[in-house]
Design a protein around this ligand. Structure first.
Ligand SMILES: *[C@@H]1O[C@H](CO)[C@@H](O)[C@H](O)[C@H]1NC(C)=O
Ligand SMILES: *[C@@H]1O[C@H](CO)[C@@H](O)[C@H](O)[C@H]1NC(C)=O
Ligand SMILES: *[C@@H]1O[C@H](CO)[C@@H](O)[C@H](O)[C@H]1NC(C)=O
Ligand SMILES: *[C@@H]1O[C@H](CO)[C@@H](O)[C@H](O)[C@H]1NC(C)=O
Ligand SMILES: *[C@@H]1O[C@H](CO)[C@@H](O)[C@H](O)[C@H]1NC(C)=O
Length: 500
């Protein structure tokens, strides 16, 4: 009997143990269930769904794209901790759908993913990047926060991201760049702020970005550049300020940018360039100022940018671009890949543009030649081209290259990688007015020189400076001018002035 009792007790014990195990198993299953694999969310009501490339297995996903919908998600949602199911993600993107909502940066996720190198959020309603949002997110190299609703970047918003090289904040509503927003970002090379609402850049805003190479602040609302707003950007190579509301540029604005190679100021409202605006830009190769409101340029404007070989001044209101303006960069424009674009201004066909004939002969650049060959100016019909107050003699015709015969440079590659941005394409060519002529088709000796006469009625039209006058004379003497010719024309001009 005793022997029978034992197995019964054992059986009971075994059953008890078994049910205990079963309970444990159930509990275990429950734990596994709550630790959701974010690559494999089956709950149709989940506010986030992610698509994982490579593999969906635990900790196997490398590249993950997540959609936020179903009314949006808040900071406390347990789903955020599910990202611990994929600790090896290197690329992570959040796209917020129209029926979703995300009003903050899910910082927790960034801290779990120690291998994250690329991170992006799009279409969220994040209004503000708080201080220290990204602190200790040490692995990220590229961060893209395009098309959100960001208005404010707090002080130290981007702080201590030691590996961040590219930061894109395009198409937000950022109003202001404050000092110390970008701090402890030693690897940052590219900062993109295109299409925001920036009207103020505080002095020293970029002071800590000593390794920045490229800064885009185009399509914003900047009307004024403060004196020290670009301080610290000693390595910057490219600065894009197109499509802002800049009207005046003061001397020394860019003085700190002594490595800058490309400065884009097109589509602003610039009508004043102080004489020393571009001082300090000793490495500048390309300057574009098209679609502004420039009427005149001071003589020494390009004294500080002697390396300039690509200049775009199209679609301003320029009446003059003198040899004195050109002098510091004249030799650069003989180089094969150089260009100078002056179309779409208010130039009169007169002797102050005579240098165009000369440079056209001397340049190796097909862009310069083509631009000059298409260059039109206003030919004042009151002045007969044969009248005696034109004082140039014919430039030696031996040097005169017929425009048809000019061959294109074999090498047309553009070292300034022209912008292919659709929104900056030129408007179609307008119809040529009655009094417009192609400058190069007017022989240089027939270009009238009525500056003194015109200046009486047109205040924006200034007298040629002593130096300019000298240059015109040099231009002529390098061909074959008789001093008598000058004397006669000077005499006649004086006469005309007296009569007028
Ligand atoms: C960042 O890292 C430092 C040092 O590793 C630590 O002291 C600090 O608490 C961290 N900050 C955050 C917000 O995690
Ligand atoms: C930063 O980048 C370097 C070089 O790519 C890498 O060796 C290092 O591990 C990165 N730092 C972190 C915290 O991931
Ligand atoms: C831009 O900022 C100004 C104020 O600085 C504000 O009046 C305007 O509404 C903003 N525009 C947009 C599109 O946010
Ligand atoms: C630009 O700024 C001005 C004044 O700060 C503001 O009134 C205007 O709405 C802004 N422009 C845009 C397009 O937001
Ligand atoms: C003009 O002619 C006078 C003599 O008639 C001469 O003294 C003067 O040097 C000449 N001027 C020039 C610019 O050739």
């Amino acid at each position: 009997m005793r022997a029978q009792k034992i197995p019964a007790a054992l059986l009971l014990l075994l059953i008890a143990i078994d049910s205990l195990h079963a309970n444990r198993r159930k509990q275990k299953e429950k734990i596994v269930q709550t630790a959701i694999n974010i690559c494999d969310i089956s709950d149709r009501d989940s506010k986030v769904h992610c698509y994982c490339e490579n593999s969906q297995d635990i900790n196997e996903a490398i590249k993950t794209e997540c959609w936020v919908f179903n009314g949006g998600i808040d900071r406390a949602d347990p789903l955020w901790s599910s990202f611990t199911s994929q600790m090896n993600i290197e690329t992570l993107a959040f796209n917020v759908r129209a029926d979703g909502g995300l009003s903050f940066v899910p910082t927790r996720v960034l801290r779990y993913l120690r291998k994250l190198t690329q991170f992006s959020i799009k279409y969220s309603s994040i209004p503000k990047i708080e201080s220290y949002t990204f602190v200790n997110v040490t692995s990220v190299r590229e961060m893209t926060l395009t098309k959100n609703q960001i208005v404010v970047l707090s002080k130290h918003a981007f702080f201590n991201l030691p590996n961040l090289t590219v930061l894109t904040l395009d198409e937000n509503k950022i109003k202001k760049i404050e000092t110390e927003t970008f701090y402890e970002l030693p690897a940052l090379q590219k900062l993109f702020l295109t299409s925001n609402n920036i009207s103020v850049i505080e002095d020293g805003a970029f002071r800590h970005l000593v390794n920045l190479l490229e800064l885009e602040i185009d399509k914003n609302n900047i009307s004024e550049l403060k004196k020290e707003c670009f301080d610290g950007l000693a390595n910057l190579k490219r600065l894009d300020l197109r499509k802002n509301k800049i009207a005046i540029l003061n001397s020394f604005t860019f003085i700190e940018l002594w490595n800058l190679q490309e400065l884009l100021l097109d589509y602003n409202e610039i009508y004043i360039l102080a004489q020393r605006t571009f001082d300090g830009l000793s490495q500048l190769k390309k300057l574009s100022l098209s679609h502004n409101r420039l009427v005149t340029l001071v003589d020494g404007l390009f004294e500080g940018v002697r390396g300039l070989s690509a200049l775009d001044l199209r679609h301003n209101k320029l009446k003059r671009f003198t040899f004195e303006n050109l002098r510091p960069i004249y030799d650069n424009l003989k180089l094969q890949k150089s260009y100078i674009f002056l179309e779409g201004n208010d130039f009169d066909c007169d002797c102050h543009l005579a240098w165009m004939h000369k440079l056209r002969h001397e340049t190796k650049s097909s862009k310069v030649r083509t631009s000059f060959e298409n260059f039109v100016c206003k030919f004042n019909s009151d002045l007969s081209p044969n009248s005696h107050f034109t004082y140039y003699e014919r430039i030696d015709t031996k040097n005169n290259i017929d425009s048809d015969k000019i061959r294109d440079d074999a090498d047309n590659t553009d070292e300034f990688h022209d912008e292919i941005d659709e929104s900056y394409l030129d408007e179609p060519k307008r119809v040529r007015g009655d009094n417009e002529r192609t400058l190069l088709q007017i022989p240089v000796e027939l270009l009238p020189c009525p500056a003194e006469v015109k200046s009486v009625t047109d205040r924006t039209y200034t007298y040629p400076s002593q130096n300019e006058a000298k240059d015109y004379r040099n231009l002529i003497t390098t061909s074959s001018i008789s001093p008598v010719g000058i004397n006669i024309s000077v005499f006649l001009l004086s006469l005309l002035l007296l009569l007028g």
